[in-house]
Design a protein around this ligand. Structure first.
Ligand SMILES: NC(=O)c1ccc[n+]([C@@H]2O[C@H](COP(=O)([O-])OP(=O)(O)OC[C@H]3O[C@@H](n4cnc5c(N)ncnc54)[C@H](OP(=O)(O)O)[C@@H]3O)[C@@H](O)[C@H]2O)c1
Length: 278
């Protein structure tokens, strides 16, 4: 029975993985910051030495962009050094390390979707710290998969519940029309991750729901699917530095792996599953 350690198991992606992984088929080890803080390299070493997982899925991160900007040291400690600590230990026991990463490793200025071979150039502190994590993995381990995604939602704080929570509190919310990416449900992302548990694919992969939209279109769809269109006004606004950070799942296609479904279908499934109580 393969042993899988999900690091950062209480977040969006960790929760989706927990819900989907069959604990009869795999032996699961689930930890979050209270059990194993990834910044503590002695703790990471002793946990891994004790449990000896075959697969490590690192979902632990500081994902709040503002928090990363205001506390870069913390962002680097978790997103880069925490990842380094896992990479060193994964290499020592030859475990496969599956690392989650982000579209923020790009500069968001491209006019077509970014593929895995496009030049990285992170602009945000979140993107810089996540990119540093990617570099540590590439330098320190040889059995790794880096999976980049974007606009992930699921159990936890995200854009979907931010929009829905504004109902009844605000008359109008302003939403940018010049920020583009692909909303991706944690469940669709987890389905991609799970394929790597038993295959022999390694390297960098993009995994986002098909299609793309701007933030305004995303918010509009959230309200439409929850029958809340008339409960709040959406005001389309142009922000100063518009971004386009749509990812292309080219490597999933090349390796014949299953891609996430389109973003509207995934969102609908999520709203139906949660009954709109997100
Ligand atoms: N969310 C997105 O839009 C998005 C987009 C692209 C890529 N990703 C990537 O996907 C991965 C998972 O994202 P997510 O949305 O599931 O994130 P999330 O919901 O913020 O979950 C991250 C988890 O990591 C935990 N954590 C924070 N610091 C830790 C530490 N020092 N040691 C151990 N655990 C720690 C957090 O605990 P606390 O809550 O207690 O801090 C939280 O439970 C991340 O690598 C992220 O960069 C996310």
């Amino acid at each position: 029975m393969k042993k899988i350690w999900i690091v950062g198991a209480s977040g969006h992606v960790g929760t989706a993985l927990r819900e989907m992984l069959d604990c009869v088929q795999y032996r699961l080890f689930l930890t979050d910051i209270d059990e194993v803080d990834v910044t503590d390299r002695n703790l990471v070493h002793s946990y891994i030495t004790r449990t000896r997982p075959d697969i490590i899925i690192n979902c632990a991160a500081i994902t709040d962009l503002d928090e990363c900007e205001s506390n870069p040291e913390r962002a680097y400690a978790v997103n880069a050094i925490g990842t380094r600590n896992l990479a060193v230990e994964a290499q020592a026991i030859q475990a496969k390390l599956i690392q989650l990463s982000t579209d923020d490793v790009f500069d968001a200025k491209m006019e077509r979707p970014y593929n895995e071979f496009d030049k990285t150039h992170p602009k945000t502190m979140y993107g810089k710290s996540k990119f540093a994590g990617e570099r540590f993995i590439e330098d320190l381990s040889n059995r790794y998969v880096i999976i980049r995604s974007s606009w992930v939602y699921g159990t936890g704080k995200d854009f979907v519940n931010t929009v829905l929570e504004a109902i009844g509190k605000e008359d109008t919310i302003e939403v940018p029309i010049n920020r583009y990416a692909s909303p991706t449900s944690a469940e669709e992302l987890a389905k991609v991750i799970i394929q790597f548990i038993d295959n022999d694919c390694f390297g960098v992969y993009h995994a986002v729901c098909k299609g793309s939209c701007n933030r305004y279109e995303f918010a509009k769809e959230i309200l439409a699917l929850t029958d809340n269109e008339d409960k709040i006004n959406l005001k389309p606004v142009e922000i100063e530095n518009g971004t386009y950070s749509v990812l292309d799942n080219m490597m999933l296609r090349i390796d014949g792996l299953e891609e996430p479904c389109d973003w509207k279908t995934a969102l609908k499934r999520y709203i139906v599953k949660t009954g709109g109580n997100v």
